[in-house]
Write a protein that binds this ligand. Structure first.
Ligand code: SF4
Length: 637
């Protein structure tokens, strides 16, 4: 980290100047006070000479000595103001983001409104209320700086609050305060470091300005602002008396700016751990072991792990609302593997978010979701998290996201992320949690598990990161895994390894799995049952064996026909579904699929078909389902 800091020219320049300022602040008041404060009218207003390098002021005091002695008070006030501003500002910014729903919007707007006040006027106002002196300066400048600090902190926090790794932390039941301190603040520290140095830089100017205006440091004490006031009055006689403090203010402000840039580089672990990352990539390429497990057998009966009834997710649209998930009902048995497929925007991921209680504001969830028999939607709606709900989600549900890099907290080591949930929820001792983490990493075929614990996510390959995500889920041995496009960002070989791994976990741990994917071939080969979703609704619910035999809903059939199949004659054109998935805010009347459906007839345009059970057990939402013969379809991998 130090190497990264010093590798930046700005860092070297900033450090040298700050070191000189620090030395002056420590040494000068002890050695030069006499020259800086003793009046000698016979030597007044002298120009530069070997005895007085910057000359003397109107009272015969050495200007250079006064500049150096004033460094301690100037920097002390600037630091105190910046620290006060940072504490107030970070508390305001983080506090606003921690709030949920409308309260968060109001708090953020309030911070924006505070920024509209001219900072120096606020400082003068506060300084005038408190009275001239050091306390008024620190409070005035600190409060002024806190507004911009709060805005930066809230904006940065908002930019990452919906990242997958924070969602994962939230469903792990980690408290809002801990999420902010462990997951949000470390990941915005880089920018906050720059903000802090800029805050110190601004404080130097603001403190000097207040002193210049007579509201700050009062005689006989003096800082650079006070010296500037006195120097300006004699500018044409001894210009150094005004130029000296002005240059000191400018140089020290620049030094903090340069240092901030260098600190930002040093705090970025990607920069200083690049070599370690290269070693990890080499290790990752060496992985050749693949887990092959017997295909899991779905239980034919058993208690439901998950029961979803009439689930709807709505978002406001003008004066009304639109549904992105509409009246979805299904159940999942212990150990069952359920696939959810459909085009982008069909509602499959939103369904998963609703189950995990992660639908973002201002979305609203209604219906019933029972996880292990316990209702998640209190009073029929998503009411935020309480301790019991956090514990339930944190121990009964794990999610594996599409992008493993964004799913892991880049600021925490792999080991910390693996052990955190079990330590918090299970009260497991740290040493036991580490032992379990090593076992889980081995279980998901991570080589040198002990070594990986002390690495950061960016030091691992994509496949290893996805395995770590699965291992993280296994730490709590949940009865339900939700895998949202878990292999989309991985190459075909690693994709197969991950699917083998999920199959093994299903067989060994008996975890039920919801596999969300747009890849119908992948889903049909790795699940027991499939939900086909379109326009936020289930349009067909069938077993994977039935899917291989062909769908009864025209949408399912067209999805199957559009899967690339190398066994087809080369002259056969690859089918595609004409048109686009409808806008949820503007669905067609009747059956939502009717503008794209080759079998549509008059009734389809006016009446929406219900999801009905067919004689073979599948559920289909289509007026023509009875007329559609199950056409055998080959599903290629
Ligand atoms: S209800 Fe009509 S439009 Fe809708 S899928 Fe069936 S046949 Fe097509």
């Amino acid at each position: 980290m130090l190497r990264a800091f010093l590798s930046a020219p700005s860092g070297v320049a900033g450090v040298i100047v700050l070191a000189l300022i620090l030395a002056a602040a420590i040494i000068a008041p002890e050695t030069l006070s006499s020259q800086a404060t003793t009046l000698d009218l016979r030597s007044a207003t002298q120009m530069s000479s070997p005895e007085h390098l910057l000359g003397t002021d109107t009272l015969g005091r050495d200007i250079l000595a006064r500049l150096l002695v004033a460094t301690r008070l100037s920097m002390g006030l600037a630091f105190a103001s910046a620290v006060l501003g940072a504490i107030i500002g970070m508390t305001m910014g983080v506090g606003a983001v921690v709030l949920q729903g409308r309260a968060r919007s109001v708090a953020l707007r309030a911070i924006d409104a505070l920024l509209a006040f001219p900072g120096i006027l606020v400082a003068i106002y506060v300084g005038a209320i408190i009275g001239p002196g050091i306390l008024g300066v620190v409070l005035g400048v600190g409060i002024t700086i806190s507004f911009s600090y709060a805005r930066v902190t809230s904006a940065l926090s908002l930019s990452i609050i919906n990242r997958d790794y924070i969602s994962a932390a939230r469903i792990s039941g980690i408290s809002a305060l801990r999420v902010m301190t462990r997951y949000v603040l470390p990941n915005i520290a880089e920018t906050l470091a720059i903000t802090t140095t800029v805050a110190v830089s601004n404080s130097i100017t603001a403190v000097s300005t207040l002193s210049f205006l007579g509201l700050g440091v009062q005689p006989p004490a003096f800082d650079w602002g006070r010296m500037l006031t006195e120097g300006v009055q004699a500018f044409y006689v001894t210009p150094a008396a005004a130029l000296g403090p002005a240059i000191a203010i400018a140089v020290s402000s620049l030094a903090f700016g340069f240092s901030g840039e260098a600190i930002a580089r040093a705090l970025n672990p990607v920069l200083w751990a690049r070599r370690a990352g290269a070693r990890a990539d080499a290790d990752a390429r060496a992985i050749t072991t693949v887990v092959h497990a017997d295909s899991p057998i779905a239980t034919a009966s058993g208690q439901s792990v998950l029961e979803v009834r009439e689930l709807s997710v709505s978002f406001p649209h003008g004066h009304s609302t639109f549904k992105v998930v509409d009246n979805v009902s299904f159940a999942l048995r212990k150990g069952e593997r359920l696939g959810i497929v459909g085009e982008s925007g069909c509602g499959k991921t939103t369904t998963a978010l609703a189950i995990a209680q992660l639908v973002p504001y201002p979305g609203s969830v209604s219906g019933s979701i029972k996880l292990q028999g316990q209702e998640l939607l209190l009073d029929g709606a998503q009411n935020g998290h309480d301790a019991d709900l956090n514990r339930l989600l944190g121990t009964q549900l794990a999610i594996v996201y599409q992008d493993p890099l964004s799913s892991l907290n880049p600021a925490l080591k792999v080991g910390t992320q693996l052990t955190e949930a079990s330590e918090i929820h299970g009260g497991v001792a740290h040493s036991d949690a580490v032992r379990t983490a090593i076992e889980r990493l081995r279980e998901v075929n991570i080589p040198s598990a002990e070594v990986q614990l002390v690495r950061y996510p960016h030091e691992l390959s994509g496949g290893m990161r996805q395995r770590v995500m699965i291992a993280m889920g296994l730490m709590i041995d949940p009865p339900l895994f939700i895998c949202d496009e878990p292999t989309t960002s991985l190459d075909v070989t690693v994709q197969a390894q991950i699917m083998d791994l999920l199959a093994k976990l299903n067989a060994v741990h008996g975890s039920a799995i919801i596999l969300i994917s747009h890849n119908l071939a992948l889903v049909s080969q790795n699940t027991d049952r499939v939900l086909v979703m379109y326009a936020g609704r289930i349009v067909e619910d069938l077993t994977s064996a039935q899917l291989l035999g062909g769908g009864k809903h025209p949408y399912t059939r067209q999805l199957l026909a559009s899967i690339p199949d190398t066994s087809r004659p080369r002259e056969d054109r690859l089918e595609f579904i004409p048109g686009q998935a409808p806008d949820p805010a503007n669905l067609p009347t009747g059956c939502p699929y009717n503008p794209r459906c080759p079998l549509a007839f008059d009734r389809c345009a006016v009446e929406r078909p219900p999801l009905r059970v067919q004689p073979d057990g599948r559920r289909v939402a289509c007026w023509a389902a009875d007329a559609v013969a199950g056409e055998r379809t080959t599903v290629a991998s």
